[in-house]
Design a binder for this molecule. Structure first.
Ligand code: UT7
Length: 330
């Protein structure tokens, strides 16, 4: 068995900054409510002519450059997203084409906030077994296109933002790299965080619905999501540590999916970890779903928060419900 390592990471966010104050001019909300409930101060929204694939492409170009490889070295493309440009095919096909990757395999993973770790895990298996030597793994979202920007949708829309992050995974030659991944799902809870349409269920197909139907808007039972998140994050982080015989003292940085600063605080408190070990950039970007972990990883590296030999843990929880972790020796 081979081992995989992350050779380079990159990210891209749209230029337009939307502050909490900006939102309060569109709907009945306030900077105070959003800040105190979530820690979010601003997020990015992409322009009308920009789709998830455009953000994903820019992030990929950065990751390729940071990894010091050529795009032609990539043998597999996996994109985590729930906001693909088209109903089908996935964003991965667009990226595969724009990077000029000839006929290499490409597919999307729709595991919402956990999708980057799910994608990383799949790419890791391909590299471990020798199927490919280099893979491009992306988390990308243009959530601003899906959210309901009226007062009716405020409980969801103030939390989400747009962005993309990407990682190049290659075969490790020094024994460092991805130590383990753990993936989980509890599908019976899926209606606590979902967007029903458009879909092929009789209740979700376009012929049967008015286009402004609520079924086309993301719906969230915030309290239920919060309650599950603060349990599942510690569980899956502890699972990663146990699998690798690591204690919290061995971990230099935890990069959680950026769902809510209060969730990160509650997780840190439950685990007895200081917040300076838990990376956060939610104040700048809000919740970017599949993109939040690779964006955070990219920024943590740029801020020199990760050094060679460090143990880091990525962890996510979100729609599905899905949750996951990855332990990495950098
Ligand atoms: O990636 C994973 C996905 N999502 C999450 O992890 C989110 C998990 N959940 C949460 O983060 C929190 O539950 C929220 C931030 C969504 C909400 O925080 P909360 O402290 O649970 O607030 P709440 O649901 O108790 O809402 C309190 C009030 C309600 O008014 P009433 O019924 O008490 O009069 C809401 O209608 O706040 C109202 N409200 C708002 N007010 C101003 C809901 N959204 C807003 C808003 N602005 N944007």
């Amino acid at each position: 068995m081979y081992k995989s390592r992350i050779a380079g990471v990159g990210h891209h966010v749209p230029e337009q900054v939307v502050t909490n104050h900006d939102l309060s001019t569109m709907m009945d909300t306030s900077d105070e409510w959003i800040r105190t409930r979530s820690g979010i101060q601003e997020r990015r929204w992409s322009p009308q002519d920009t789709g998830t694939s455009d953000l994903a492409y820019e992030a990929s170009v950065n990751a390729i450059e940071n990894a010091g490889i050529k795009a032609s070295n990539i043998e597999l493309v996996i994109v985590g997203t729930i906001s693909s440009d088209y109903f089908f095919p996935g964003v991965s096909a667009q990226i595969q084409d724009r990077l000029g990757l000839n006929t290499v395999g490409a597919f999307d993973i729709k595991a919402a906030c956990s999708a980057f770790i799910y994608s990383l895990s799949v790419a890791d298996q391909f590299i471990k077994t020798g199927m490919v030597k280099t893979a491009l793994v992306i988390g990308a979202e243009a959530q601003s296109k899906l959210i309901d920007k009226s007062t009716e949708g405020r409980d969801v829309s103030v939390l989400f933002g747009d962005g993309a992050g990407a990682a190049i995974l290659t075969r490790s030659d020094d024994g460092n790299g991805i130590l383990s991944t753990h993936l989980h799902c509890e599908g019976r809870e899926l209606k606590h965080l979902w967007m029903e349409a458009p879909g092929t269920s009789p209740n979700a197909w376009i012929n049967n619905l008015e286009l402004d139907s609520d079924k086309f808007k993301p719906i969230m039972n915030g309290k239920e999501v919060f309650k599950n998140a603060v349990t599942r994050f510690p569980e899956v982080i502890e699972e990663a540590m146990a699998a690798n015989k690591l204690s919290m003292d061995d971990i230099q940085l935890i990069i959680p999916h950026q769902a809510n600063y209060r969730i990160s605080q509650a997780v840190a408190k439950r685990m007895g970890v200081e917040m300076d070990k838990v990376y956060s950039n939610i104040h700048k970007y809000g919740n970017t779903t599949a993109a939040s972990i690779p964006i955070a990883l990219s920024e943590a590296l740029a801020e020199n928060k990760i050094s060679k030999g460090d143990h880091i843990i990525l962890a996510a929880f979100g729609a599905g419900f899905t949750w996951a972790s990855a332990a990495i020796k950098w």
